[in-house]
Design a protein around this ligand. Structure first.
Ligand SMILES: NC(=O)c1ccc[n+]([C@@H]2O[C@H](COP(=O)([O-])OP(=O)(O)OC[C@H]3O[C@@H](n4cnc5c(N)ncnc54)[C@H](OP(=O)(O)O)[C@@H]3O)[C@@H](O)[C@H]2O)c1
Length: 291
């Protein structure tokens, strides 16, 4: 059963939950993962040129046979390509790798403020939208100051800002600002990120998060897992989580969250876990990925 949809500030409908794809092909069978995801009801696939797997995902979706119009394919402009012409070329390269003739959504991956070119990149995204190549445009990892600069120059207000978000990082002031402008939050690291860090060590913060009594007690009450409680909290806040799962059990579990609803007090109790704890890079960082 596909996830329900929500309506963006441009009238487009986006699934309320999607599938993260970072490292999806690392040691796994990407076709099996994509087939399991489509079968479970995922329609939004959150890709990025930076992940290096657009071609594999595009091929797997094509092989799966699901009609293109049922999918919501989103990808991101890699750092280092914020000049207008370059950004347009990069978008077309992503489309070629994904094997599509339009994108449902295209995001600027990071503002890279040290380089000061993200407003130029935004103009390129507006152009791509006007050309009909991209249906919805947005940003990722943009803080208030970066969004303000975009809002000063834009013809089209970003529909989405994809940000690190989980119970330990609820970024309320930024979300409040975005709400005023009709910008929806999409959550990366919606489950606190990978259980094992890139250096091969366990992520102790994730273990702590999954052991939080507020979450374990709600999991017991609703007969759900802690991951399902976190994802349902996010969707009830109007946030679109894009959890990545390679295990078939997790793939099914993560989308099986639309059959229960928590109370406002319960949502608030989860939001109360906030520690302003960032597990990944902020929007002022990541300039180092600049090619
Ligand atoms: N815009 C950005 O800058 C940015 C940055 C980072 C990530 N992202 C996007 O956000 C997506 C999600 O981030 P992420 O994959 O790093 O972190 P995540 O979704 O928070 O966590 C993924 C980890 O959680 C595990 N997991 C999944 N479902 C689970 C469940 N039901 N119970 C217990 N564990 C579960 C996965 O294990 P298994 O794989 O073993 O199932 C994997 O180890 C990425 O794939 C990417 O698309 C965007």
């Amino acid at each position: 059963m596909p996830a329900p949809t929500i309506t963006l500030n441009n009238g487009a409908k986006i699934p309320a939950l999607g599938m993260g794809t970072v490292f999806l092909d690392a040691g796994g069978d990407i076709q099996k993962t994509i087939d399991a995801a489509v079968e479970a009801g995922y329609r939004l696939f959150d890709c990025a040129a930076f992940y290096g797997n657009e071609e594999a995902i595009g091929t797997a979706l094509k092989n799966n046979g699901i009609p293109r119009e049922e999918l919501f394919i989103s990808t991101k402009l890699k750092n280092g390509h914020h000049r207008f012409d370059d950004a347009c070329r990069e978008c077309e390269k992503s489309m070629r790798r994904l094997g599509v003739d339009y994108l449902d959504m295209y995001l600027i991956h990071f503002p890279c403020p040290e380089h000061g070119l993200y407003t130029e990149a935004w103009k390129a995204l507006e152009h791509l939208h006007k050309e009909g190549l991209v249906r919805t445009i947005g940003v990722s990892n943009f803080h208030k100051a970066h969004l303000e600069r975009i809002l000063d120059v834009c013809e089209i207000v970003p529909a989405i800002n994809q940000l690190e978000f989980h119970p330990y990082l609820t970024i309320e002031p930024l979300r409040e600002f975005m709400k005023k402008h009709g910008i929806v939050t999409e959550a990366w690291f919606p489950l606190g990120g990978p259980a094992v860090r890139l250096d091969g060590k366990d992520n102790p913060d994730k273990e702590a998060l999954f052991g939080e009594p507020v979450l374990t007690e709600l999991a017991e009450k609703y007969n759900k897992t802690v991951a399902q409680i976190i994802l349902r909290w996010e969707t009830q806040l109007g946030i679109i989580p894009v959890p990545k799962a390679s295990s078939p059990k997790h793939i099914i579990e993560n989308i099986s969250i639309f059959d229960f609803e928590m109370t406002p007090d319960e949502l608030e109790a989860i939001s109360g876990l906030n520690k302003n704890r960032r597990f990944g890079p902020s929007g002022d960082e990541c300039n180092e990925y600049w090619d």
